[in-house]
Design a binder for this molecule. Sequence first.
Ligand code: PLP
Length: 409
Amino acid sequence: MSFQRLSLSGLKSLSSARSTFISYSQRSSITNSFRTMSTAPLDASKLKINKTASPKAKLPNEQLVFGKSFTDHMLTVDWDATTGWGAPEIKPYAGLCLDPSSIVFHYGFELFEGMKAYRDANNKLRMFRPDMNMIRMNKSAERIALPTFDSEELIKLIGKLVELDADFVPQGEGYSLYIRPTLIGTDAGLGIGTPSQAKLFVICSPVGPYYSTGFKAVTLEATNYATRAWPGGCGNRKLGANYAPCVLPQKQAASRGYQQNLWLFGPENYVTEVGSMNLFFAFKDSKTGKKELVTAPLDGTILEGITRDSILALGRERLDSNEWEVNERYLSIDEVAERALKGELLECFGSGTAAVVSPVKTIGWNGKDISVPLLEGKQYGALTKQFQEWISALQYGKEEFKNWSRVIN
Ligand SMILES: *Cc1c(COP(=O)(O)O)cnc(C)c1O
């Protein structure tokens, strides 16, 4: 089927094809659990700790740059198809030694997660919805035939790593420890097949607020000359293979003055997501006065963002339902453009762990710019700011909601 011709009905028939795929993958996870019955499961109680003899100096808060400096230690766990998960190890942060023929280098057997630990006002360290990261990591692993694992065991192990490197978790609103769990296939040899060896590792980087001087609204280029993801593909999984191909279109958008691509899909030009953020729009119907918060549905063409899920849940719980509707639905860029012209577009923002929410001010489409309103003299809209405040209060433990925030120690 040509993707250019894929219509909504095409999407629907693909989605029924996908349910067949899901039942197939459920069958394969049953096979997987048979396999793990005879091999060792991931077991946090087997952890071995080898502390560094040369602790690094800690950078002052204002020198922290996202993903540039790392803590003293890393977690590694090796997996082998015949024996299962080996003993987890926390050891000094260091390079990996891999055979140049390892399948990770040739066929992209790699997946990752992005999560954070926060220091609360009582100096306790917290993680925000880590169970969701583990569910997503297992789905990514299943998609590329890498081994799955018990989520709670990896959360315990990450907790141990963060505790050991606690001095690196910066204090202050907007400051946190970015945690990068990674899983790679390590079989040596150029054959393509089911990996029989893998390495899970976790590294951590202290980070400052994404917008160190307050929100700075971004510009997007609605992109239909390249496609990030498609139904039945793997764009809904956090696989390394999904990111490298997006850098060239981003350079092209940048050459026209836009910071990020807004990925469109299909002949209807549905909006999907942005770079590494999900995307939300707020509208106000000029006839009924009713407001709507909209984001794309989880149909396989967007990443299942945890911030996205948190915004939907908070929106449904806390926005006045007489005034607001919260919807996951298909939305074309032409609908956005038309409603912006009618004055019905209220706000647009991206969502992701790095920035929580990221206000959008301009979307380039068809040679014109769609302008998104911002508050007078500000770089954000009222709803965008509201979600940022709600989520950060939960992340820093100022407020509790559905046990989303987990204290580590
Ligand atoms: C990680 C990521 C997101 C955001 O997910 P969060 O769980 O909210 O951090 C959105 N889109 C893509 C493509 C991503 O890689």
